[in-house]
Every structure is written in C-alpha cells, then in structure tokens.
Design a protein around this ligand. Structure first.
Ligand SMILES: Nc1ncnc2c1ncn2[C@@H]1O[C@H](COP(=O)(O)OP(=O)(O)OP(=O)(O)O)[C@@H](O)[C@H]1O
Length: 313
C-alpha cells in the first residue's frame, strides 16, 4: 500500500485525532484519544492499525484535570451519603461531568441511592469501568467490590488500596469526582485522603452533632492531610412538615452557621429533615434529580464556584 493510500485510510477512520509523520520510510501515527472511554479508544486504535498495518501507532491522551471532592462527617448517620449523591447529581445538572465514588467501607449505600444496585463494574486490563446510573453520574462503589460487611475489619492500607481501584477507574471525561468517605476521622480515612489527595472537602453535620468538638475534629483531620475545606453543610436542619411544608426548628436554628463562622469555615447551606428526602433517597430517586429541586442546586452552585476559583487561581 502506498503511503498516500495509508494516509487517506488513517484519516478516514481517525479524522483530526490522527497526526501523521513519516519516520524515514515508516509512517508514524499519533492518535489523540483524549476523552474517549477505554472501549472506544481500543476500537479506534484497532481501526487505525487495520487501516495502516505497516505504521507505528502511538496513542496519547491528555490527562484530564480532575477534581476530587471528599464528602466527610465526624460521625455516621448524619446523611453524608444522601448529600454526596445529591451533590453529584446537582453538579451534573449544572453542566459538570461528574462521577461518584462510594468509599464508605462500613456501609456502602450509593448503589441503592443511585438506583444501580446489583450491577457489577467490568474491568479492562484491571481498570474498573464505572457503572452508569439513571442520573448521568457514573458510579464506583466499595459495595461493588466486596460482600456487605466484609471490609469492616480492613486496615488503612487495604482500604486505601481498594479506594485506589475506584479513584483510578476509567472515568473518561469526568472533570469532578465526588467521594463519599466512610464516617469518622480515623486512620483509615487519613490514609485514603493522604494517598488520593482531594482538591477539597465538604463536611456534613446535623444540628445536634455540631458540637464544636466534632467540627474541630473534622477540620483538624483535613488540615493534617493538607486538604482545604470547601465548607460545611447542615443536614436534617429543621423539620419540614409533610402536610403543609412549614419548616420548624426543634433543635434551634443558626447554630451550625455560627459554628462554621467561629471556625472560619464557609457555610454552604442547610438541607431540611424531610420525609420525602428519606423516601425518595431510599427508593433510588435522589431529590436533586427532580426538576423542582431548590435544595441541592444552590449547594452545588457554591461547590462549583469554589472549584472555578481554584482553577482560576
Ligand atoms: N435531610 C434528610 N431528611 C430525611 N431523611 C434523611 C435526610 N438525610 C438523610 N436522611 C436519611 O437518614 C438515613 C441516613 O442517611 P445516610 O445513609 O445518607 O447517612 P450517612 O451519614 O451516609 O450514614 P453512614 O454513616 O451509615 O454512611 C437514611 O435513611 C437517609 O434517607
């Protein structure tokens, strides 16, 4: 085959992704696979090799500048997983390309929250392929790697190793990964965070928990790991009456906000304690996916603003 014919054949399958150079007698093709998922990248490479069997083919991909956002809490049961799922969806609805990592070894609940229960991720050359969800946010979860309850005895390095498989999954063009951390601020969490440096952390607390000591522990933890704190979200803040929608504040109001201020932390906002949030979440219909969401979109906007400033600065 003449080099002209080969050139035409390569361009017909790869278009502008191919840069062709002659290396003496031999043709070299540099394929830019930026943003392509692994299966498509492989298909394109195979097509180019078939079109120009004598050519040397090199595949490159620009590294996507991806921000990892850790969602953490001082203790369990405060709604960290609910907030992570909804934050990820709200960011995606605002136009970000978002992936969700469920690093909660003690109780991985994202497959249920994101309506992806029972789906196992496939792997290509040991790289996990995130599973799609109905909300445009692909997911990798500890719950997809181990049987429920099996990972509880993991030590830090083992948990970090498993987390590595999730973080280094085939996230393709995702620019933001939201990571639901295990509750607490112990060694397991510290190893994970030090190894897979998040760009920033969002701290979730309920009003009662927001004793200074809990928040201080979480701040301390992220300071130790050198991770900036994006801000604090107060979950189960006030009770939204399922009949009339009126919000009352059995635990008082404004405590979290003033605590955040006292600690020099941005306060991102509050999510009310509402039966529909629990029912919809448990049924795999995260409220942030609803057209009339007014709760999670403003939280996501602040996180997006923080990320934007970070990229500019
Ligand atoms: N704002 C809310 N209103 C009503 N129910 C909520 C709210 N936030 C979370 N819940 C419910 O509280 C329970 C615990 O929430 P979630 O699993 O998100 O907490 P978590 O902090 O991730 O817990 P864990 O420590 O077990 O991982 C769930 O049943 C969830 O549906």
């Amino acid at each position: 085959m003449s080099s002209e014919a080969m050139r035409a054949a390569v361009l017909s399958v790869a278009g502008s992704r191919a840069t062709i150079r002659m290396d003496g007698e031999r043709m070299g093709v540099v394929l830019d696979a930026t943003g392509l998922p692994p299966a498509e990248r492989e298909r394109l490479e195979a097509e180019v090799r078939a079109a120009a069997p004598a050519a040397r083919v090199i595949v490159t991909a620009e590294r996507v500048n991806r921000a990892l956002i850790a969602v953490a809490s001082g203790k369990g049961g405060v709604g960290k997983s609910t907030v992570s799922a909804n934050l990820a969806i709200a960011l995606a609805r605002a136009g970000h390309r978002v992936g969700l990592i469920d690093a909660d070894i003690y109780g991985p609940s994202q497959p249920r929250l994101m309506a992806a229960e029972g789906i196992r991720p496939e792997a290509i050359e040991k790289q996990l392929i995130p599973v799609p969800t109905p909300y445009g946010v692909p997911l990798l979860s500890m719950g997809q790697l181990v049987e429920p309850g099996r990972a509880i005895a993991w030590r830090g390095p083992m948990a970090a190793g498993a987390l590595g498989q999730l973080v280094e999954g085939a996230w393709g063009a995702a620019d933001t990964l939201v990571m639901d951390l295990p509750p607490g601020t112990g060694d397991v969490q510290l190893t994970m965070v030090q190894k897979y440096r998040p760009a920033g952390a969002v701290i979730v607390s309920t009003p009662q928990d927001l004793a200074l000591i809990d928040a201080t522990r979480a701040i301390d933890f992220f300071n130790k790991a050198g991770v900036p704190i994006i801000g604090l979200i107060e979950n189960m803040a006030g009770y939204a009456c399922p009949h009339c929608g009126t919000v009352s504040d059995p635990f008082g109001r404004g405590g979290a906000e003033s605590t955040a201020a006292a600690l020099g932390l941005p306060f991102l906002g509050r999510v009310p304690l509402a039966i529909d949030i629990r029912q919809a979440s448990d049924a795999g219909r995260p409220p942030a996916a609803a057209a009339d969401d007014r709760i999670f979109a403003p939280l996501a906007a602040q996180v997006a603003e923080w990320l934007g400033q970070r990229n500019r600065g």
